[in-house]
Write a protein that binds this ligand. Structure first.
Ligand code: IMP
Length: 198
């Protein structure tokens, strides 16, 4: 079976992407299968730069087609923060809960009309015999004052997607994937992957 590597150790991301790729007919691996690669330093100041850097590094190390995901939560009233720093918002090794707590505190005085935000997911595909391909998916919504729900990961418990009264953390995986930034980005990447793997 053909193989595709998702350039991440993040099991939450990998679970979502693997579910979205179910009908491509490839074996989906993550960096857990390649311990020798170690940590990839994400030192670009854009999501696009980091997604490409991860996919290129993993393709270079494994020779396999690789998919990099870099995602940021962009809060309008915080001038796009935490953005590319979403995973490190509250410090280099911050937990999801610490990042959410910092976000809630930073937005404490914002009224509902100033709580708009979007998730932006950038995916890059790097594979033998073809140039890199990059797509993005966006999910708009608002930031709640308190977390709700236990599903999903990261900032999901405080993110209420536009048009829904459930946070991303109150949805099951299939529903989140059908409306999320990552679901939309993978949807744009699917024709590229189908063509490559056919
Ligand atoms: P990175 O893309 O690995 O740099 O991680 C970005 C950070 O954004 C993660 O550590 C999570 O905190 C957060 N994040 C990424 N994707 C999602 C998502 O789908 N929902 C909620 N938070 C997310």
């Amino acid at each position: 079976m053909k193989q595709l590597v998702i350039a991440t150790h993040n099991r939450d991301k990998a679970r979502e992407i693997t579910a979205l790729l179910f009908d491509i007919g490839v074996e989906v691996l993550t960096l857990d299968a390649f311990p020798q690669i170690g940590t990839i330093v994400e030192d670009s100041d854009t999501l696009e730069g980091n997604a490409l850097l991860k996919a290129a590094a993993v393709h270079h190390a494994t020779g396999l087609p690789s998919l990099g995901d870099d995602t940021g939560l962009e809060v309008h009233s915080l001038y796009g923060e935490p953005g590319v720093f979403s995973s490190r918002y509250s410090g280099e090794h911050a937990t999801y809960a610490e990042n959410v707590a910092k976000l809630i505190a930073a937005m404490k005085h914002f009224p509902p009309r100033r709580r708009g935000a979007r998730f932006r997911c950038v995916l890059s595909f790097v594979a033998p015999g073809t140039g890199p391909r990059t797509v993005e998916g966006v999910c708009r919504g608002t930031i709640l004052e308190k977390p709700r729900g236990t599903g999903g990961f990261g900032y999901d418990p405080v993110f209420l997607p536009e048009g829904f009264d459930m946070t991303l953390a109150e949805m099951d995986l299939a529903v989140k994937n059908s409306i999320s930034h990552r679901g939309r980005a993978v949807g744009k990447m699917l024709p590229i992957l189908r063509e490559f793997f056919k």
